[in-house]
Design a protein around this ligand. Structure first.
Ligand code: ZN
Length: 133
């Protein structure tokens, strides 16, 4: 795996958090994007080599809505950049990790992504991502 590509943070109110993180990071978000299939609205900030992704739910069935209900606002996932996502999925499976997505799916910010099950990673939701070409 390569660098931490981004950290995903679940928030209740995307507009309020936009102002908060703009002030915190001293930069405006460079992208906002809705992932309709996931029921998620996102905002991306660039902080050096790494990004911060704010995630808010657009409907009650969204995984983010469920996360907020269970755990409240906070860090939702950590995303590592990989060179070859298919090969990385196979490698992780052979190491005994549980994959939520055994084939990559389309994520926000022009990425193909897959999630590992937090039960196999000490409770941390890990995303692996590769730039879509
Ligand atoms: Zn992410």
């Amino acid at each position: 795996m390569k660098n931490i590509e981004h950290i995903g943070i679940a928030v209740k109110d995307l507009n309020a958090s936009k102002d908060l993180f703009s002030a915190l990071l001293n930069t405006k978000p460079y992208k906002s994007e809705e992932v309709v299939s996931e029921g998620v609205e996102t905002l991306f900030f660039k902080t050096g080599e790494t990004k911060v992704e704010l995630l808010a739910a657009t409907n009650a069935d969204s995984p983010i809505a469920k996360f907020l209900e269970k755990k409240g606002e906070g860090i939702h996932h950590i995303a590592f950049e990989v060179e070859d996502i298919e090969a990385e999925i196979l490698r992780l499976e052979s190491e005994g990790f549980k994959l939520i997505n055994k084939t990559p799916k389309d994520g926000a910010d022009n990425k193909r992504i897959a999630f590992l099950h937090p039960k196999s990673t000490n409770g941390v939701l890990i995303e692996i991502c590769q730039e879509r070409v």
